[in-house]
Design a protein around this ligand. Sequence first.
Ligand code: KG4
Ligand code: ZN
Length: 364
Amino acid sequence: MKTLAIETSCDDTSLGIISYDGETFQVDKLIAYSQIKEHQPFGGVLPEIASRLHSEKIIRLLQEIWFEEIEKVDFISVTAHPGLPGSLVVGKSTAQLLGARFQKPVKEINHIHGHIFSILLERKKSDLQLPMVMLTASGGHNDLYLVTKQENSPDRGRGSEAEEGVINTQTIGEYRIQKIGYTLDDASGEAFDKVSKMLGGPYPGGPRISQQALQGKPNPEFHFKRILLPKDQQGNYLFSFSGMKSQVAFLLDKRKKEGKTLSQQDIADIAYEFQEATIETLANRLLKASKEHGTKTIALAGGVSANNRLVEYLSQEIETHNQEEYIKEHNEEVAFLYPTKKVYSTDNGAMIGLVGILTNYFNS
Ligand code: KG4
Ligand code: ZN
């Protein structure tokens, strides 16, 4: 099964051709235009500029795909929501046009489902052992999901429909996805972006902060409190990152009032301490949820999963867990999955195509 996929939900215009041979999800083609430099002067994504650039760039990108390649696909996948309305409409109308021209059905895909299953790009389907707990963390969302096998449900394969009576549960092909955690305010990627701005860095902040943190070191003067909230009344894990951002703002303000300037080393140390606090918070919740639900896999996706330190920290924690006597004896080791390439962590068309295939293939 093969699909042409289109992603235009935010500031990346991305087209992918994805295929599945019954075993592996292959990325045959992935071409993209990142709008970062056009949005940088404004310190964030400007919706009006985003939609205008999508309509300009999507035509240019389409010129890099042969008509013969489009003729070979079984259907077209396109991000339908969530995202910036003016940007989504560019992708959706392009998909409709191509569908009409090449007589291919158009499948609308949820962007978050794309992030969740981005871990399967260039992997075998059997690499994903269920149940799995997954953190999707980016500039716009910061959620925890429990993914289990969907057994003989009439809902199977219907995609983004919520199961009757069960809030926050959806099915994709044979997978049942339950949301078990969310943020009360900012997303973790948003916190990286805001803190980078406070430290005089550009948008997006994640790559810059993680670079600065490499030069930084533990510094008790800049220690930040880990914000670990109790669950909500329905038992969902809660995150809060606006408090993290406020701690940095408060620290910078205090130093300014005291007439202390920030050296390059101070900035690196603040980046280091902020990154450690944010990562420990994310990892703590993932590990806790994994234990609670007895999952076989812990996974990361979304822009923040491109953070090397987060991946390193979680790998170590999971390794330590797997080394415990009891765990070894009872064959309860946990696998760790994150996207095979950094381009699959941030917004991309390939992940949208993969969900299109999961929905169509495993429902046929
Ligand atoms: O998934 P994505 O491309 O777009 C959204 O759906 O938001 O994620 C972008 C976000 C930004 O907030 C960016 O700062 C963050 O992911 N990000 C990172 C890193 N690379 C990107 N955060 C932390 N460390 C990184 N290396
Ligand atoms: Zn995204």
